[in-house]
Design a protein around this ligand. Sequence first.
Ligand SMILES: [Zn+2]
Ligand SMILES: [Zn+2]
Length: 232
Amino acid sequence: MVRKKETFKPYKMKGKIYVKFICPFCKKERSILEESINKRNYCYVCLRKERQQKREEGFEWCGKCERYKEFKDFNFRKDGTIRYCKKCESIYVKKNKNRIKRIRNRWLAENPERRLFYASKKRAKDLEINFDLELKDIKIPRKCPILKIPIFPDRSKSKINSPSIDRIIPELGYTKGNIQIISWRANWLKNNATFFELEKLYEFVCKRREFLNRLSFNHKMDNTLTLERRPG
Ligand SMILES: [Zn+2]
Ligand SMILES: [Zn+2]
């Protein structure tokens, strides 16, 4: 049982209600969340000590199912932190699919280099090609080196202008020195046409431009004629 010190009343801090009590372990006067009193009867300092002790024994606390579990039951992040145990995390992920998706998309939009980095890493794995890039190798230029259109790192603005990674020699994979960042549009055009097709298309566009130029020249001539013919 928690021995509440009667002289102290519950008080509010950062919107939560705390209560002062004497911890039975360290015998010191401490504060505890009022809602935690029913769960345990020792202070946060002692709690931290307990967690540390358990950690040394190979156990970690899951705040969701509220018990100690072995390390193998957790997914540790790179910084060593955890949220809940694997089981609780998978339940959480299933329940909050859309929310997680939204947060991830926002995070990726704010970190375009990382988005390109992870996307290319996954693609390299799928295509079974080499990958030795580091995050610092991905530098997004302001303009597409091919089409000279501006590149907006924020994908939500325009897909055409969003950055994408081009492999200079595709077979070499996503490797240092073999990539450049170009606009999504340039990459799409490049990947969806063969050299022969591009050549034919170029010839066609040139001819058409020539034809249109001639037309507008005639058009101008017509205008001049009309002007000249106008009385006064
Ligand atoms: Zn204590
Ligand atoms: Zn759990």
